[in-house]
Design a protein around this ligand. Structure first.
Ligand code: ADP
Ligand code: MG
Ligand code: ZN
Length: 476
């Protein structure tokens, strides 16, 4: 029997605000435990929450960027549950009146473009953290993170493969970082996702029983955990067993999921409107203002690179995936670089450097101006592409400009037609045997002559010119 997977993601994005959602405590990372707390985020009786305005604006920005309807009077609700990292014994979230609903994003996979529905985006607060001692005897509560603002982005069950799930998460990562809504640092847990996975016989309309895998914090883990769940469900179904709706965890060491608990129903949280907080009021005019101030988003940028710079959809897509990379690319254009050449260097050598040293494009020790100059030397034929690679490394090591390195090291490509012509004449005169062979039809001998010319010019001879000059003489 053939099966099909159905996947929906709930993504939590930590917002890039300086202070918490309902108090003035800082959101910064790394302070001593419980230093960033106050009566509000400690949940002390009588303390009243006050909404951080910046959060409302961030929510609307992301909602507009994902084609959502924006609710002008959204409401906070209390989600009640007991856990030591939650001092109030309820989390302030949004329930039946979230700030954004009914949106979508496009994702690009090997299989083409696909539209993924966004059910809702709502504002909520994060919980604190439990720290367990090594002996396993005591646990400690750190409430520095309690009350940090999050946006929860819930997708429709429109995803069908592990790859689609990963790309969808990458697409949202790209959106939140373009908007500046979140710093999107995956290692700091700024973007975490719960993946809901079920499997059904192909052709069946009704969804299968789902499992929810909690707290996936890397693109790779999402893909691996979803793939694992699909296989597990398929096997259970093939063996004739019944699946239960449950919450599971991903073990990234063993690459398996394991059961945490059977799934609680929404009603058990006893959601109700938070009486301490007024409706979140927005005017149409304010929404329009936010819409007008949105930066150029990845889709539009990609389209523009294709139209204005003549790049392929693939190249443009790679450049716009990260806002930093796109900005770097645009700066090289301002410096006069030829778009396709600059793009090739960014996708090639610069990306290699970033992968090797795990750094961002701004830490590669090559600036947009230097890259533009390098591509300019190449385009004008002043250096060969082989020499360009060594100049690139030299720029990174010495910080000198490409033109200066070429000048100082005498790396200029020899394109002097009379000098190259004279060398070709000499070579032909000195090697009558090879000339004979070439003229008798062994045209591979041309490679020998090219090699000799390159040797004579220390690799700096213009290859096209050398080929042409030799042919003219040998074919004569
Ligand atoms: P909760 O997890 O809080 O109960 P929902 O029921 O709204 O919330 O579902 C959360 C996520 O699960 C959504 O992203 C939705 O698309 C997805 N989902 C719902 N049903 C299924 C299913 N049968 N298979 C896979 N994903 C599902
Ligand atoms: Mg859920
Ligand atoms: Zn506080």
């Amino acid at each position: 029997m053939e099966f099909e997977a159905v996947i929906g993601l709930e993504i939590h994005a930590q917002l890039a605000t300086a202070s918490k959602l309902f108090c003035n405590c800082p959101t910064s990372f790394g302070a001593a435990p419980n230093k960033h707390t106050c009566p509000v985020c400690l949940g002390l009786p009588g303390a009243l929450p006050v909404l951080n305005e910046q959060v409302q604006e961030f929510a609307v920005q992301l909602g507009l960027a994902t084609h959502c309807e924006i609710r002008l009077d959204s409401q906070f609700a209390r989600k009640n549950y007991f856990y030591p990292d939650l001092p109030k014994a309820y989390q302030i979230s949004q329930y039946d009146r979230p700030i954004c609903e009914h949106g979508w994003v496009m994702i690009e996979t090997e299989g083409g473009s696909k539209r993924i529905g966004i059910t809702r985006i709502h504002i909520e607060e994060d919980a604190g953290k439990l720290v367990h001692d090594e002996a396993g005897e005591s646990s400690f509560v750190d409430l520095n993170r309690a009350g940090t603002p999050l946006l929860e982005i819930v997708s429709e069950p429109d995803l069908r493969t592990p790859e689609e799930a990963k790309v969808y998460m990458e697409t949202l990562h790209s959106l939140v970082t373009y908007l500046g809504v979140s710093e999107g640092d995956m290692e700091k847990g700024h973007l975490r996702c719960d993946a809901n996975v079920s499997v059904r016989p192909k052709g069946q309309e009704q969804f299968g029983v789902r499992a929810e895998v909690k707290n996936l914090n890397s693109f790779r883990f999402i893909q691996q955990a979803v793939a694992y769940e699909i296989d597990r469900h398929r096997e259970e179904l093939l063996d004739g067993r019944k699946l239960i709706q449950e919450t599971r965890l991903w073990d990234s060491e063993r690459r398996v999921t394991f059961s945490m608990r059977s799934k609680e129903e929404a009603e058990e949280y006893r959601y109700f409107p938070d009486p301490d907080l007024p409706l979140v009021q927005l005017s149409e005019a304010r929404v329009a203002e936010i819409r007008n101030s949105l930066p150029e988003l990845p889709d539009a940028k990609q389209e523009r690179y294709q139209q204005e710079q003549g790049l392929s959809s693939y190249d443009a897509g790679v450049l716009v995936a990260s806002r930093e990379t796109a900005e770097f690319f645009e700066e090289t254009l301002v410096e006069g670089a030829e778009p396709k050449l600059a793009c090739n260097w960014i996708m090639g050598d610069l990306t290699r450097v970033m992968n090797e040293s795990g750094c961002g494009i701004r830490e590669t020790r090559i600036t947009p101006a230097q890259l533009a100059e390098l591509t300019d030397l190449l385009r004008k034929g002043e250096i060969s592409s082989k020499i360009a690679k060594s100049v690139f490394e030299e720029v990174r090591n010495s910080g000198k400009t490409p033109a200066r390195i070429v000048e100082e090291k005498g790396l200029k490509q020899v394109s002097d037609i009379s000098e190259l012509g004279r060398l070709a004449d000499e070579l032909i005169a000195e090697n009558p045997e090879q000339v004979e062979q070439y003229r008798a039809g062994k045209t591979k001998v041309l490679g020998f002559f090219v090699g000799q010319m390159m040797k004579q010019t220390k690799g700096q001879g213009n290859p096209q010119m050398i080929n042409q000059l030799l042919r003219e003489r040998l074919d004569a």
